[in-house]
Design a binder for this molecule. Structure first.
Ligand SMILES: [Fe+2]
Length: 245
């Protein structure tokens, strides 16, 4: 299964519109089985920004698009607009793969939280229905700090509890965003893949707008970090093009 993982579009005053248009064209050429969006669709959670991002995402040609939200989408009471513009099932089954989007954003807060009730629900559902599935969890906030992003303030508040649930339930893959910095951690048998920002002007250091291309075959996961209008990079080559600037 081929996944295009995009995040942190930030439609609003800091949108890099050309990057978003180019990325959509690239992803359409890729013909992924599923597109997963890990939040921060908008900059401020405003109605006009939700309308704008909806217009862009409608240009994606893919039968399965899972659109999650992030802390920026919850600003200014934007959380009321999230379900209206992007209603999504909590659970999506694609063959032997189950994708569950956890809500980690809370109104008017930058930091994230999964919460005990959501965690207990997740544990239950994974045990009862998805023991033999490839288990993919998507969320906006990162669970583990990401290098080169300064002082750590915004991992989910209950990251320890979330990681314990994910590892004890043999979750295979977590996709997240928020830090505008692509990266990957391996924790026991769990891969945690972070996406960069697809189309925000707010980037870090040398890093450019990017997204992830993820191929799942059986239990194996292969990831490429794709620079918008640029190269596909392995995780160990991630710094290479930036050092050449
Ligand atoms: Fe965010």
């Amino acid at each position: 299964m081929l996944i295009a993982h995009i995040s942190d579009l930030h439609c609003g005053p800091e949108l890099e519109e050309n990057a978003l248009k180019t990325a959509i064209e690239e992803i359409n050429r890729l013909t992924p089985d599923v597109v997963i969006v890990t939040g921060d669709l908008t900059e401020n959670g405003y109605l006009s920004e939700f309308k704008l991002v909806k217009r862009f995402l409608e240009k994606l040609h893919c039968d399965t698009i899972i659109v999650g939200t992030g802390n920026h989408d919850y600003k200014h009471t934007g959380y009321l607009l999230c379900q209206r513009f992007f209603p999504r099932p909590e659970i999506t089954e694609i063959g032997e793969i189950v994708v569950i989007y956890l809500s980690s954003a809370r109104p008017d807060r930058d930091e994230g939280e999964v919460g005990l009730r959501q965690l207990l629900w997740l544990e239950n559902i994974l045990q009862q229905r998805y023991k033999n599935f490839f288990k993919l969890i998507a969320m906006h906030h990162h669970l583990i700090p990401v290098p080169d992003t300064g002082i750590e303030r915004n991992t989910v508040n209950d990251a320890g509890d979330v990681l314990k649930t994910l590892t004890s339930q043999s979750v295979n893959l977590v996709l997240c965003g928020h830090k505008h910095r692509p990266w990957m951690w391996n924790l026991e048998n769990l891969k945690i893949i972070h996406a960069g920002s697809l189309s925000s002007k707010r980037l870090r250091g040398f890093f450019k707008n990017s997204y992830n291309i993820i191929q799942i075959s059986g239990a194996s996961v292969n990831v490429k970090f794709k620079v918008v209008d640029g190269p596909e990079l392995d995780v160990n080559k991630i710094y290479k093009p930036y050092m050449e600037i």
